[in-house]
Design a protein around this ligand. Sequence first.
Ligand code: SF4
Length: 488
Amino acid sequence: MAVFTPLRRWQPSFRPFSRQPAGRRLLALTERIVKGPLFGCRMCGNCLLQETAFICHMACPKGIRNGPCGGVNDGYCYVDPTRRCAWHLIYERSRRMHREHKLLEVLPPVDWDRAGTETWGEVVRTARKTGLGKIFIPSERRGRTMGSLLEEKVFMPIRQPDWWKGDTEYHPPAVTGPQSALERELRSGRFVVTTEVTPPLTAATAKLREKILTVIPYVSAINFTDGSSAVPRMSSAACSAVAASLGADPVMQISARDNNRNSLQSQAIGANALGVNNILCLSGDSPRVGPVPRGNMNIIDVDSVQMLWILRRMRDEGIYLDGREIRNRPKLFLGAAASPFALDPAMQAIRIRKKINAGAQFLQTNLVFDPDRLDPWLEQLDKEGLLDKVFILVGISPLKSLSLARYLNEKIPGVTVPERVMKRLSDAGDRLAEESIAITAEILVRLKAKKGISGAHIMPLGWEDALPMIIEKAAHETTDLKGAGQGS
Ligand code: SF4
């Protein structure tokens, strides 16, 4: 076969899947030659250069189309630390060009039918269809600038097709009652504690059940990671279903890395049918940090913002991404991750606003060991009126060993274990476990006193037994913590 279709087998996926007419192929070649060197264009066929300050976002190894992931480290990409994060560069240039407002539009996933094709011809075809000629006649413009008419009549319909219709607006949930026990707890205004149980590496569920039953009395909800660090384990959906059957309120994490737009929607509907109402949308760790042999590290199909947009519309509008109606809509309480120290607070606020606009109702942050360091981030979110629109749960963790503390400090972007915490742990010697629990309880109490914080998300990192001790200890210092989740 390959003899008759030379090179077809090695055809890069960004080339069109069907043979295009000669004129369009020539235009595509010209576009590749011009836009490649000028903008680093990858010919995704779904051009966003105007929204991304003329830097091609496809340079991001994850292919994220709606802003940086939490892995940006001092402006560098964690997947390839030799390269600047493409989205950090886009944010910086947008700021210099006063185009930050462009970063707020929820942009659609790639329409792969258009990948590798030219985009200039499409501008001309759309302009013709919408009667572009009229905008050259001043009386037809009715006081509008040519630029704004072009944007409305030509660029917007191309960029935001009918199956997506993303915008820059906040879309409050269209459902009134709480969709889960966690949402009910958060709405009550009480300080909420959630935790995380690591999914097992085996098919047996006895230990998983035991861990879930240990933490249920102390928390309002339990997260189950979805192949964290790109390592396969029992799925988050399966663990969530086990937890729901035991009376817990699970938070199913869905990682964009392991899902495409179809599986995302199927997972959400399926898990919902099994009693899972909380979903945390993540882009997921790159396979680069996982075990060998590595899977495809190229481009994810939908990013976390797009996942939120799709799931919110399934719940609020009762439609799948392709427009099919969902008769019995899923009941969903949607969350997203936040990395308060990954970018400067103003950049973070853009990212967080976009997630909230797309559908995030709660945020779970990565690990924080110094609550006061959150202040500039919280002040910025408050200034921008975002704190009233989202519940924030701050990630905390008991450190089981000094080597774990060093690992987090050195290897995990956006996580810092302060020197004084390191010293307390090393001075503790044999009492390290006790000291670690005391430190975590202190952080919990300090978080409870902070404006804008709705709760804490305790990530035991495999040390689930520590959770009751942390809650008991913190309960001595503050009220309304012990048994936070009982009866929920
Ligand atoms: S993977 Fe994350 S850190 Fe790397 S370029 Fe993409 S958004 Fe930036």
